[in-house]
Design a protein around this ligand. Structure first.
Ligand code: URA
Length: 183
């Protein structure tokens, strides 16, 4: 990311989440990767450490991604909302919309053509529909030159157990196939 863009994002005060954040979690990884991963919003660990998906759900996510040969270094990972909502609540519509320009610009600057969206907030924000995850997961959608693959948020898999993990594995197989086709 260009230093000017990064500095603007880090200083963002477009919504009130700026009042309680430790820092803006801009995202990490390879900006020239084929795969970008979009979650919902940073939690406490991410707010304190400055990197997305460093807590329990991140560990599960990267265990599953390792099965298709993807490491943290092979993708760029970020969230549709860059600042932690208090008590990890779901971001509001207005917070989500305030943050939209940041991830939209990241998508347009980076080389990634495959976007894995994690959970309803990220998926509905990017794809623009209200379909529940049970209907949309694993079905690629073409938007603005990117292929979006929705799957469950790993926090849902931590709550929902092996059946959700099994579905995520199938969805990640779709990602692996698309990455091969687009290599
Ligand atoms: N959950 C998210 O959606 N994003 C993070 O960065 C961490 C947990």
């Amino acid at each position: 990311m260009k230093p000017v863009f990064l500095a603007r994002m880090r200083a963002c005060t477009a919504c009130r989440l700026c009042e309680q954040r430790t820092q803006v979690v801009v995202g990490t990884g390879d900006e020239s990767a084929r795969l970008i991963i979009l979650g919902e919003a940073p939690g406490r660990t991410e707010d304190e450490g400055g990197e997305p998906f460093r807590g329990r759900s991140g560990r599960l996510l990267f265990e599953l991604l390792a099965e298709i040969g993807v490491t943290r270094e092979d993708c760029f990972i970020t969230n549709v909302v860059k600042c932690r909502p208090p008590k990890n609540r779901t971001p509001t519509k207005s917070e989500i919309e305030s943050c939209r320009p940041w991830w939209e610009q990241q998508l347009s600057y980076f080389r990634a053509s495959i976007v894995l969206t994690l959970g309803n907030t990220a998926t509905q924000t990017v794809v623009g529909h209200r379909e529940p995850m049970s209907g949309s997961h694993g079905n690629p959608v073409a938007i603005h030159g990117h292929v979006i693959v929705p799957t469950y948020h790993p926090a849902a898999a931590l709550r929902g157990g092996n059946s959700v993990v099994a579905v995520m594995r199938e969805d990640l197989d779709v990602v692996a196939r698309l990455m091969k086709e687009r290599a």
